[in-house]
Design a protein around this ligand. Structure first.
Ligand code: BT5
Length: 271
C-alpha cells in the first residue's frame, strides 16, 4: 500500500468539510505546528477559523507541560487547527472533549479499531490486557478581556504508521494504528475523516450541544485508581468517579472527600 502525500492539492481535493481545513497549509518539516500557528497569529497574519497547518516532521513537537512529542518523519498525522469560539473561557474543556471524540470516531471509521479516551487528552487503543496511547492533544488558548475564548489552537499528534521499534519510550505505553491493527493506514483518508468529524462536533457544540455524554462514555479512566499531580499543589490519590459537564475529573480520596480536577496543568498516573 502506498501512503498519500498530504500537500495542499491532494488534501483539498479529498476534503469533505464546509469550512474546516479549507484554509490548509502543508510544510514538510517544522519546529512545532502549534508554535508556528501561534507565531502567525502574533504577526497579525489573517487566518480564518478552521485553518489547518500540517507537517510531516516536527523537530520540536510539544506535549503538555513542556514535554516533547516525538514522531519519525512521514509516519503520523501532526497538525494544528485554529478555532475562534468566543465561548466563555470555562468551556475550553469542550474543545478537548469534541476533539477527542472526533479523532476516536475517525480512527474507528477508518481502521475498525476500538479507540477510547484517557482523561484528559489521550486517545488509547487496546494493547495486551491494558491500553496504549496512539494520539495526544495540546490546546493553546487565548482569552479576551471579556473572558471569552478568543482563539484556540488545537494540536493533534496521531501515531499512524510508526513501526513498533520506532515508538517512543513513555510512561504511558505508546502504540500506533499500524502496530495495533497490523496494517498500514492511509493517512489522507484518516485526516479527512478527522477534519469532517471535528467540524461536525464543533458546530454542534457551538450551537450549545454539549459533547460531554458521548465523551464521558469513552473514558477508560473512570472507576480507576489515579494519582493527580499539578504544579505547586499536593498530590491527590483516589478513585476517578466521574466527570462534570466542563470535562473536569471528580476524584474521591481515601477519606471520601471529592476533588474536582481541571485539566491544563495536571498529570495523571495510572490508566
Ligand atoms: C500530549 O501531551 O499528548 C499532546 C501531544 C500533542 C502533539 C501535537 S503534534 C501537532 C501539535 N504541535 C505540537 O507541537 N504539538 C501538537 P502529553 O500528554 O504531555 O504527552 C507527552 C508525553 O507523551 C511525552 O512526555 C512522552 O512520554 C509521550 N510521547 C511522546 N511522543 C509520543 C508519541 N508519538 N506517542 C505516544 N506517546 C508519546
Amino acid at each position: 500500500m502506498t501512503d498519500n502525500a498530504l500537500d495542499e492539492t491532494v488534501v483539498d481535493a479529498a476534503l469533505t468539510t464546509g469550512w474546516l481545513g479549507r484554509s490548509y497549509h502543508y510544510v514538510a518539516q517544522i519546529g512545532s505546528t502549534n508554535d508556528q500557528m501561534k507565531a502567525w497569529l502574533a504577526e497579525g497574519r489573517v487566518l480564518p477559523a478552521g485553518t489547518v497547518l500540517l507537517t510531516d516532521y516536527q523537530s520540536a513537537g510539544r506535549g503538555r507541560l513542556d514535554r516533547r512529542w516525538e514522531a519519525p518523519p512521514g509516519t503520523s498525522l501532526l497538525f494544528s487547527v485554529l478555532f475562534r469560539p468566543g465561548w466563555p473561557a470555562e468551556k475550553s474543556g469542550w474543545l478537548t472533549m469534541l476533539a477527542g471524540l472526533a479523532v476516536a470516531e475517525a480512527i474507528e471509521a477508518v481502521t475498525g479499531l476500538d479507540a477510547r479516551l484517557k482523561w484528559p487528552n489521550d486517545i488509547m487503543l487496546r494493547q495486551n490486557d491494558g491500553w496504549a496511547k496512539t494520539a495526544g492533544m495540546l490546546l493553546d488558548s487565548t482569552i479576551d478581556p471579556a473572558g471569552s475564548l478568543e482563539s484556540v489552537i488545537l494540536g493533534i499528534g496521531l501515531n499512524v504508521n510508526i513501526p513498533a521499534e520506532a515508538l517512543p519510550e513513555a510512561m504511558t505505553p505508546a502504540t500506533s494504528l499500524l502496530v495495533a491493527g497490523g496494517q498500514p493506514v492511509d493517512r489522507r483518508l484518516l485526516l479527512v475523516a478527522c477534519l469532517e468529524r471535528l467540524e461536525r462536533y464543533y458546530q454542534a457544540a457551538d450551537q450549545g450541544a454539549a459533547p460531554w455524554a458521548a465523551w464521558n462514555e469513552r473514558l477508560i479512566t473512570l472507576g480507576r485508581a489515579v494519582v493527580v499531580s499539578a504544579a505547586g499543589a499536593a498530590e491527590v490519590v483516589g478513585v476517578a468517579e466521574t466527570t462534570d459537564e466542563l470535562g473536569r475529573l471528580i476524584v474521591r480520596d481515601a477519606e471520601g472527600r471529592h476533588h474536582v480536577v481541571a485539566a491544563g496543568d495536571v498529570t495523571l498516573r495510572g490508566n
